[in-house]
Structures are given as structure tokens and as C-alpha cells.
Design a protein around this ligand. Structure first.
Ligand SMILES: Nc1nc2c(ncn2[C@@H]2O[C@H](COP(=O)(O)OP(=O)(O)OP(=O)(O)O)[C@@H](O)[C@H]2O)c(=O)[nH]1
Ligand SMILES: [Zn+2]
Length: 355
């Protein structure tokens, strides 16, 4: 298989040439487990780890390879290959690191499209759709909304849901389908393109796995466990998190993907709530919070019914979460800085003692 089949493109190639990485092999990270990576190259799959140099030049975890990354590596067919560089990512899906407040954890990178999956029967929730859209926009991933389980509701209900979505969400494709009867599948197929990378976002039980299985048909690479022994004699079992769909789209599906929430959504909120954002340019005060200010264009529009009340409330809620997340990042940075100072003072004191 060629690298293009896994999503390699001209931008990555340009970077490779400009950075004189010609002597290194190029591959895509298909799974990660405790800093052990499975990398798919033209030759096949290799086990790899990062070089000490890459480790020390990394400022934080975000600089480490993640599933979906293109990496430059020195291959070693019998042992562990060495990853020297992570190529720049065009999109990143991340979430707040549980247990490490204010830290981001990268779930996957270089994703073109996210299928936002909701079940049309019980799971359907437009506020949640806006949440997922916000994640997509702040991650630089293009959203596609997929409504599953339409076999469980009638035609009338389907069109009502589609109308509701249309009223609040513009410029995003919406596909309604049933994984059971396969109604609507002909509409989703054209969205799955060769060499493009996809992920799925959506609550548990909405039909993501069933959708993947249906789209995969005959999977070229199965998402089953890979078992391998490492040079240290340990046995590692990890899941291949990147697979190829039948019509040659590439799917990233890993456990982290199922827990993605709102993290740093800078920019994302503005696009989801385009109308609110545009209105806010006309607010009297530059730092308007659109909640109580005089001369607030957003509140005016709300009063006139030009923007949806529920959409507005959802916007405020997500703004609050964003602010909260940003302040916890700032707090963490400050703590790190303080710790750095303490260390520096300690070293100074210690050096003084020597003389
Ligand atoms: N009637 C109906 N049932 C469906 C449809 N799609 C999925 N299901 C059923 O819904 C249940 C959950 O589907 P999954 O594909 O496992 O859902 P999931 O989103 O992968 O769930 P998690 O793995 O928990 O994230 C299964 O029993 C499926 O058979 C559909 O279009 N119509
Ligand atoms: Zn305002």
C-alpha cells in the first residue's frame, strides 16, 4: 500500500523535503500504548519509540506522537524503530486530561471529517449537536451530522427533526439513515472519500460501531488487537486505532474518542454561533458578555426573536465552560512557572555553597 492510501498528501511531502527528512522513512501512527507506537509505513507495520532527542525537545505531552500523526523514523526491521520527528498536524482532536486539570490530551490528529452521530429516536439533542460542532471547529475538522435509527420513527418525525436542525445549524451536511434497514446509506457513501481521514463523535449506544461495520464492509485492516513482544521481553497488546473503510476512507476510532468533551474551543464557538458572533461586533461595549449590558446587539436580536433562545443559552453555557478551562490552564502554567523559579533558586543556593 502507498502512503497516500493512509492519507499522506502534498503538504506533508513539502514539509519532508523542506526539512531534509529524505533519509528517514515516513509512516503514520496507527496505535499508541504507553509510548510504544505502531507505525504504518510503505513496508508495513513497525513498532517504534521516540528518540531521546525528541523527548527532550518536547515542551509537553502534546509534542509526543499521537494516533493519526505522520512521523519521520529510522526503521529497524527486527527491533524497535526510532521516531525522530512528528510532522505538523493539520487538525487535532483533544480533550481535557482527566486527573491533570488544565492539561490537554491529544486523542487523534490529521482528521479531515468527523461524523457526529446521534440516534433519531431518543438521543437526539440539538444542544449536544452544537457542542460537537464546536469541538469540530476548534479542532479544524469538518463536521458531518449523521442521524441513525430512523427506522424507529416515522417519516413525519424524521422531517421534523431535520427542520429543527436546519433552523439552527447552517452549512453542515445532515444525513439520516438506518443501520438496520440501510435506508439512507446511498447518501453517506459519497462523503467517504479515498485518502481522507474520519472519526466518529457521539454518545454511547447511538450506533457508531454498527455504522463503522456497515461502512467498512470488507475491512482491509481490521481493528483487532495487535499482540507483539518488545525487545525488553514484555508483551504488549494494543488496539489498532486506524483502519481503512471499504471505499478507502480512513477511520480513526480509539477509546479516547468516545470521551471527547469541550476543551479549548478557541475559535470553535465563534463558528458554531456565527450569528451571535457577528452581532457581537455591534455591541456597545467591546467586552460585552451579552447577558445584561445596555446596547448589546445580541440581546436585542434575542428580544426580536432573530436568534433562538435555546441556542443563545447553549452559547452562554459553553462560553462559561471555555472560560473555566482557560483559567485552569493559566493556573497550571503559573504553577509550573513557580516551580521552575523554586528550582532555579535552589540551584543558585546550592551553587553558592560550593564556593
Ligand atoms: N433500530 C436500530 N438500531 C440500531 C441502529 N444502529 C444501531 N442500532 C443498535 O443500537 C445498539 C447500539 O449500537 P452500537 O453501534 O453498539 O452503538 P455505539 O455508538 O457504537 O455505542 P458505544 O460502543 O457504546 O459507543 C445496538 O444494539 C445496535 O444494533 C439503527 O439504525 N436502527
Ligand atoms: Zn453583547
Amino acid at each position: 500500500m502507498e502512503l497516500e492510501d493512509f492519507g499522506y498528501n502534498d503538504e506533508f511531502e513539502k514539509f519532508r523535503i523542506e526539512n531534509n527528512l529524505g533519509d528517514l522513512e515516513i509512516g503514520r501512527v496507527v496505535s499508541e500504548h504507553k509510548e510504544r507506537y505502531i507505525v504504518r509505513t510503505e513496508k508495513g507495520e513497525l513498532e517504534a519509540e521516540i528518540t531521546g532527542n525528541l523527548r527532550f525537545s518536547s515542551n509537553n505531552r502534546e509534542d509526543f506522537p499521537a494516533v493519526g500523526d505522520w512521523v519521520a523514523l529510522v526503521t529497524n526491521d527486527s527491533g524497535v524503530s526510532q521516531i525522530h520527528k512528528v510532522l505538523p498536524r493539520f487538525s487535532i482532536i483533544s480533550r481535557q486530561n482527566v486527573g491533570h486539570t488544565g492539561e490537554k490530551q491529544i486523542i487523534a490528529t490529521n482528521i479531515d471529517y468527523a461524523l457526529i452521530v446521534q440516534a433519531a429516536d431518543r438521543d437526539f439533542n440539538i444542544n449536544r449537536l452544537e457542542r460537537y460542532l464546536t469541538i469540530c471547529y476548534s479542532s479544524k475538522v469538518s463536521p458531518i451530522i449523521v442521524l441513525t435509527k430512523i427506522d424507529l420513527i416515522n417519516e413525519q418525525q424524521i422531517s421534523e427533526i431535520l427542520e429543527k436542525i436546519k433552523a439552527r445549524i447552517k452549512n453542515v451536511p445532515v444525513i439520516a439513515l438506518s443501520n438496520n434497514s440501510l435506508d439512507g446509506y446511498e447518501k453517506i457513501k459519497p462523503f467517504i472519500e479515498k485518502g481522507k481521514t474520519y472519526c466518529m463523535l457521539g454518545s454511547s449506544g447511538v450506533g457508531k460501531s454498527t455504522l463503522v461495520n456497515n461502512l467498512a464492509g470488507r475491512t482491509i485492516m481490521r481493528t483487532n488487537a495487535i499482540s507483539q513482544s518488545t525487545n525488553k521481553g514484555r508483551h504488549v497488546t494494543s488496539h489498532r486505532q486506524l483502519s481503512i473503510l471499504e471505499n478507502e476512507g480512513i477511520l480513526i476510532d480509539n477509546p479516547g474518542m468516545r470521551e471527547v468533551g469541550i476543551t479549548d474551543s478557541t475559535g470553535g464557538l465563534e463558528i458554531t454561533f456565527d450569528m451571535i458572533n457577528r452581532l457581537s461586533l455591534s455591541c456597545k461595549f467591546k467586552d460585552c458578555t451579552h447577558t445584561k449590558e445596555i446596547g448589546c446587539a445580541v440581546l436585542d436580536a434575542l428580544e426580536k426573536g432573530e436568534i433562538d433562545q435555546a441556542s443563545y443559552e447553549n452559547y452562554l453555557k459553553m462560553e462559561r465552560e471555555k472560560t473555566h478551562f482557560e483559567s485552569s490552564i493559566a493556573e497550571k502554567r503559573k504553577k509550573d512557572k513557580d516551580f521552575g523559579k523554586t528550582l532555579k533558586n535552589y540551584k543558585k543556593a546550592r551553587n553558592k555553597k560550593k564556593y
